[in-house]
Design a binder for this molecule. Sequence first.
Ligand SMILES: [Fe+2]
Length: 267
Amino acid sequence: MAEPRPQPALGIVDLHCHLLPGVDDGAADLEQALAMARRAVAEGICTAVTTPHTWDGRYEVGHESADAAFAALRAAVESEGLPLQLKLAAENRLDRRLLEAANAGRVRTLGDSAWVLVELPPRVMPPRLEQSLFALRTAGLRPVLAHPERYPGFRGKGGLRRLKALADGGTLMQLTGEAFLGSGARRRRVRRLLEAGLCHLVASDAHGIQQRPPCARAVYRALCRFGDEGLAARLMRENPARILADQQPLPVGLERSWWRRVRGLWT
Ligand SMILES: [Fe+2]
């Protein structure tokens, strides 16, 4: 049988994934976490920031259990010699508890930066969304909003205007790589966000091997088709690396497709 062709190294920096074993709805155990780590390497990911849910109504992952799971994963990855740099952060539900933790200096940020990954309740917008993000900034943190394409409250022109106002106020938008694949409404949504300048980085939000795997190569190719390789590299490599280094991301632009310009669906 022919040897598989070596894949080019893409140097992708994945700022959002659930690789930690046995703590949330990501990798169920160390074996699955290692399988995800191997897949991440095969997908061209060189740095994976593990982001367990702090609390989301179903899971509650304290610092101690995250530390223990991270140590076990890192030891296993090192003993297998996988070329994958691991970092520990968190996916933080934006609520009163997060603001209390922020004021107490107990929030896990992305790398050693002030950037913090936040998620919202899945269906209902928090009543004081803008004020909460502002309070985070007042506490010295800079929010990165995970998967804004998922929330019904950001759909339509009103939702988009609201998202734009958040970005103008300093919140970064992390879109999910898998959403750029396929051909459904989700893909159209992320394309619109990209065209509106409302995508600062793309991450996998990987949860397993069968479902929601770390599928970086196909996403990178899809972004190359949307724009060019510079766009893919900026969203999956350069901007995530800048965030880890506590820098502002570089601007991302994508021209509207011709049919959208003609139909005037965008303002
Ligand atoms: Fe997540």
